[in-house]
Design a protein around this ligand. Structure first.
Ligand code: SAJ
Length: 442
């Protein structure tokens, strides 16, 4: 029976390597689609939590917890700690969803991907479909992944195993929904690989499946996230201009976006996460001979936003005769996204570090981040400045009268557009909003 037929019959065995946000969502969706899935997760605590049918992360993920528990109870998803486990060697499809961060010098760090490819290569059988879901720089499948697999297995991606790249398109908070409803790019090394990938992904994806070559798939994924980073950088730079000129970014954005074909994004305290912060560097890495000026300038603008927010705090405190040094700053929000527990590359981390360096006493609150779930009142008590860094729902409903009553100095800096200026000023707060300039005296 051909691989495509075994996929159609759900008798093909599938392995997902790396049970992070991407891999675990994929594993439970494949299990729900009828496959027996072998998850490979080397982090013991994470593997133990998943084997117990418990999500290894918090944050709002509708339906995920139930689906995971069902997959485990039904025995449709099992978890092993190593790629060398015999359960993996018998798989017909292996999907690699391991981390591909960048180094401090912005070059890709492929250690996890290389290790997975070389371990898999040692047990790889002819006819197996290998798909990389991790985001990689353009050219990586052909120049690194394929040689790693071929050297370790002695097999050929042309004649023996099937190789492809289907970049992940999941987003925290909408993991399962996006996996089902987002179109996917299927980069295939050969025609046969494309057919097998199409058969596999149509069992879990209800949107377009666009078969192409691996390089195009690598370019699409890194480009789509770079596009977002550059557009956020534009919003941030426009916010700085509005602020300095006495304008209102919120109002300007609202009116610009009424113009056809404009969609100015949200200015904020910076760009975090493990996708948007690194994918621009992966795209640039694909053609190092190109001086990627727009990409690097956008990264620099976004990375500078926490510093700008701190300058707003300094200015607001200064207006009431306080310096940053010795002031108590209550930082609201530590995750990189609203309603999420993921703190990777969080701008809040940078803000806190900068504030401490200026001699501030900083207390952090975040309802989703375990280390910072202390009561909000504790963070507010005797604070001099309250800074909203993440647009968590809870911060949109702050009781400003209580905030004022608890604070020592009544300063509020809103870096995410969630606390209305008038409402704050009526409550007796000195308010600064990112992008919201002080109207110039006529
Ligand atoms: N951000 C802004 N202003 C914006 C949008 C985002 O400051 O207008 C900041 C966020 O606060 C966050 C960072 O950028 O710190 C990234 O936010 P994001 O909404 O892009 O969320 P991510 O990092 O989870 O991006 C993912 C990406 N999806 C994949 O890689 C599959 C991205 O392509 C999606 O556009 C994004 O989710 C999404 O739209 O949810």
């Amino acid at each position: 029976m051909s691989l495509v037929s075994r996929i159609d019959a759900r008798t093909a065995k599938v392995s997902v390597v790396g049970l992070g946000y991407v891999g675990l969502a994929l594993a439970v969706r494949l299990a729900e689609a009828g496959f027996h899935v072998v998850g490979v997760e080397k982090r013991r605590a994470r593997a133990t939590s998943i084997r117990a049918g418990k999500l290894p992360f918090s944050g709002r993920e509708p339906g995920f917890s139930e689906l995971l528990a069902q997959s485990i109870t039904r025995g449709a998803l099992t978890v092993v700690g190593e790629l060398s486990a015999p359960e993996v060697a018998s798989c017909d499809v292996v999907l690699l969803a391991v981390e591909t961060p960048v180094e401090r010098d912005h070059t890709p760090r492929y250690a996890a991907l290389r290790s997975a490819c070389e371990s898999l290569g040692r047990v790889l059988r002819s006819g197996t479909l290998v798909v990389v879901e991790s985001t990689v720089a353009p050219g990586t499948l052909d120049t690194l992944v394929r040689p790693w697999l071929e050297r370790a297995s002695g097999l050929s991606a042309e004649r023996d195993f099937l190789l492809g790249h289907c970049p992940e398109r999941v987003m925290p908070g909408k993991l399962l929904l996006n996996l089902r409803t987002m179109a996917r790019v299927l980069g295939a090394h050969t025609e046969a690989a494309g057919q097998a990938m199409r058969a596999l992904y149509r069992t879990v994806v209800e949107a377009d499946l666009d078969v192409t070559d691996c390089l195009t798939a690598e370019l699409v994924k890194t480009a789509e996230n770079t596009y977002r980073d550059v557009n956020v950088a534009f919003a941030n730079e426009l916010a700085l201009v509005c602020e300095a000129s006495g304008g209102s970014f919120r109002r300007v954005r609202e009116l610009v976006n009424k113009s056809p074909g404009r969609q100015v994004l949200e200015a904020g305290a910076g760009v975090g996460g493990h996708c948007i912060t690194k994918d621009p560097w992966l795209l640039a890495h694909g053609a190092p001979e190109i001086d990627a000026q727009v990409i690097s300038a956008a990264r620099a603008r976004n990375d500078d936003m926490p510093r700008h927010v701190l300058s707003l705090v300094a200015s607001a405190l200064g207006s009431v005769g306080r310096r940053l040094s010795g002031s108590r700053v209550a930082a609201l929000g530590y995750a990189y996204l609203p309603e999420c527990d993921d703190t990777r590359n969080s701008p809040s981390e940078v803000f806190v570090r900068l504030a401490l360096a200026k001699g501030c006493e900083v207390r952090v609150h975040d309802p989703f981040v375990e280390a910072h779930t202390r009561p909000l009142e504790d963070v507010l008590d005797q604070a001099d400045a309250l800074v909203v860094l993440v647009a968590h729902e809870a911060y949109k409903r702050l009781d400003l009268d209580e905030v004022v009553a608890r604070m020592r100095t009544k300063v509020l800096v809103d870096a995410r557009g969630v606390v209305d200026r008038e409402r704050a000023q009526r409550a007796g707060l000195v308010w600064r909003g990112l992008g919201e300039g002080a109207p110039r005296s006529k």
